[in-house]
Write a protein that binds this ligand. Structure first.
Ligand code: MN
Length: 199
């Protein structure tokens, strides 16, 4: 049983970067639906009591028809929980913390160059998907995943993500995905990213 997590902030707390109505529907309807669908899918199966994170890491080992709902609904449940964790109201946001900042500089040269490459990746996600900052073999990397796929399924450790499904921004930003991406940088919870980096 995977539970819809409560947010650490109110639905209107990320205004004006992420509007109240979008966040309310995104968390209360979209995310909640993924959670329900995932729980319904694994109920009564051998996967019912396995941690969702472990299912996603070992997705390739799951055989049969159930792999698809675990990938899609389970991925949707997990990815959104992850997304909420790395968001914070603007007053708490800022710059990458010590270890993350050092890794960003080592892998991208500077924060500005990282921001440029991450934004470009987010902008070029085709269709619905996500852009991630992950820890790979040679340091930090930026990767994109389609649908509700997660980089953990290919052995990468995600530390930051932006949701590029239109439901994440269309009510406020309409077709202006670049504006949504730019706004996202104002509400990144770098403390949470640092924690994920060090885990
Ligand atoms: Mn979403």
């Amino acid at each position: 049983m995977y539970e819809l997590p409560e947010l650490d902030f109110d639905y209107d707390a990320l205004e004006p970067h992420m509007d109240e109505e979008t966040l309310k529907i995104h968390h209360g309807k979209h995310h909640a639906a993924y959670v329900k669908k995932f729980n319904d899918s694994v109920e009564g199966t051998e996967y019912e009591k396995v941690e969702l994170r472990d299912l996603i890491v070992d997705l390739d080992k799951i055989k049969g028809d159930i792999q698809t709902p675990i990938r899609n609904a389970g991925g949707g449940a997990y990815n959104h929980s992850f997304f909420w964790e790395i968001l914070t109201p603007e007053k708490d946001s800022g710059e990458p913390l010590e270890n993350t900042a050092k890794a960003i500089n080592e892998s991208f040269g500077s924060y500005d160059e990282f921001k440029k490459q991450f934004s470009e990746a987010a902008l070029t996600v085709f269709g619905s998907g996500w852009a991630w900052l992950v820890v790979g073999e040679k340091g930090l990397e930026i990767v994109k995943t389609p649908n509700q796929d997660n980089p953990m399924s290919v052995g990468l450790k995600p530390i930051l993500v932006i949701d590029i499904w239109e439901h994440a921004y269309y009510l406020k930003y309409r077709n202006l995905r670049p504006d949504y991406i730019e706004a996202f940088f104002n509400i990144i919870n770098w403390k949470a990213v640092e924690k994920k980096f060090l885990e």
